[in-house]
Write a protein that binds this ligand. Structure first.
Ligand code: NAD
Ligand code: MG
Length: 396
């Protein structure tokens, strides 16, 4: 460890989730580099209490007053009563913007993560962005906040982290100047890549969350099965790297070994490879521009053997088509796409609609809600709430 660096104090929004747990795994390997300022969780207070005992944060945030009461008892029984307990959305923003915190891992799932992720950007923090939905909803606002405060933004989504690694370090969003032809986003195709399309209406939530390569939260697992995840990632790539929709291609690559690529004008294609384990992009984001041990095994290419590629089938995966459509429509359309998707995915998980209906609900919401200009967080949240109401009424 290089002594010229002071410890990075990290706030983890969504510490009990899949990304949160992987982040803590990397941090635990480097106690000399990182300390935990804050941990946040919505309802899983037992898991949060265990994390508190291990990482001794200054602050914890939970979803409700009753969760805070429950956590207080758990921390008391462990002799951890010094840890400050807060609850609710404003407390998430306070934790993400506190002077005592240097970096924020934005790993809350869905639109719920937007206010705190945006607050971290507006406060000029180093933002490690896993919460893609936040960027999909607020792209222009979020990127302007990063630019105006000089905050650094490190993409944690494995595809965007790969692209970030394959772009020139001096990249400033000008594709031509850097000789960039295209961004190639790889996609596993999820559990239903080769399933008979006519049987998709009958798949169960358990079949849909069973991703062939990655272990993730339930919402993103369903998004991977519909390929809405890739659609959200196309929009995410657009904002992160200033790439127009026409210069972002999706390539199906079932092995999930190449995490994405950048295609250059001279014919070169640069790729980043690795085992499918989120600790690699998390470690890269935490240590950038250095590289640290992430706990991920070295990639054994001989064991991998083959790397296959194919074009995505937009009949099988209508959500991918809808995401491109929303990106091209611009303004509030990606917010409508995201909100209606969140409602439809939850309805599918609850057994209220079939798998095929997820795309139908989203398409109808995009048709019913004209795209409007959204300039601030309030108007974005207004569109989000409206789209949720429309999607819910379609489902009933
Ligand atoms: P998850 O469901 O495992 O965890 C979600 C976390 O968010 C939990 O800590 C939960 O307590 C918290 N949370 C949920 N609802 C909340 C609310 N209303 N208010 C406050 N906190 C709330 O999800 P995940 O798989 O870790 O994904 C997190 C984010 O990272 C998502 O945006 C996802 O798209 C993105 N992402 C995940 C992966 C992955 O491999 N899991 C990969 C790339 C990107
Ligand atoms: Mg991804």
């Amino acid at each position: 460890m290089n002594n010229m660096y002071k410890k990075q104090r990290v706030c983890i929004l969504g510490s009990t989730g899949s990304i949160g747990v992987s982040t803590l795994d990397v941090i635990a390997r480097h106690p000399d580099r990182y300390s935990v300022y804050a941990l946040t969780a919505h309802t899983q207070i037992e898991k949060l209490a265990q994390q508190c005992a291990h990482f001794l944060p200054q602050v914890v945030v939970v979803g409700s007053a009753s969760a805070a009461d429950g956590l207080r008892q758990l921390l008391l029984s462990r002799g951890l009563e010094k840890i400050q307990i807060e609850f609710g959305p404003q407390a998430l923003c306070d934790a993400a913007t506190a002077a005592e915190c240097d970096s924020v891992m934005a790993a809350i799932v869905g639109a719920a993560g937007l206010p705190a992720s945006l607050a971290a950007a507006q406060a000029g923090k180093k933002v490690l962005l896993a919460n893609k939905e936040a960027l999909v909803m607020s792209g222009s606002l979020f990127m302007n906040a990063i630019k105006s405060t000089g905050a650094s933004l490190l993409p944690i989504d494995s595809e965007h982290n790969a692209i970030f690694q394959c772009l020139p370090r001096s990249f400033d969003g000008e594709l031509d100047k850097h000789g960039i032809r295209k961004i190639l986003l790889t996609a596993s195709g999820g559990p239903f890549l080769y399933r008979d399309v006519d049987t998709l209406s009958a798949v169960t939530p358990e079949e849909a969350v069973a991703h062939p390569n990655w272990v993730m939260g339930r919402k993103i697992s369903i998004d991977s099965a519909t390929m809405m995840n890739k659609g959200l990632e196309v929009i995410e790539a657009h904002w992160l790297f200033s790439v127009p929709a026409d210069q972002i291609d999706v390539v199906i690559h079932p092995q999930s070994v190449i995490h994405s690529m950048v295609s250059y004008n001279d014919g070169s294609v640069l790729a980043q490879l690795g085992n499918p384990d989120m600790r690699t992009p998390i470690a890269y984001g935490l240590a950038f521009p250095e590289r640290i041990d992430s706990g991920v095994e070295a990639l054994d290419l001989v064991k991998v053997g083959k790397l296959n590629f194919e074009a995505p089938d937009l009949v099988r995966f209508p959500c991918l088509r809808l995401a491109y459509h929303a990106l091209r429509s611009g303004h509030s359309a990606p917010t409508v796409l995201n909100a209606s998707n969140e409602i439809a995915v939850q309805a599918f998980l609850d057994g209220n609609i079939s798998f095929n209906m997820i795309a139908q609900v989203i398409e109808q919401c995009l048709d019913k809600i004209p795209s409007s200009k959204v300039a601030d967080l309030e108007s974005i949240l207004g569109v989000d709430a409206h789209a949720r109401r429309v999607a819910s009424s379609l489902i009933q």
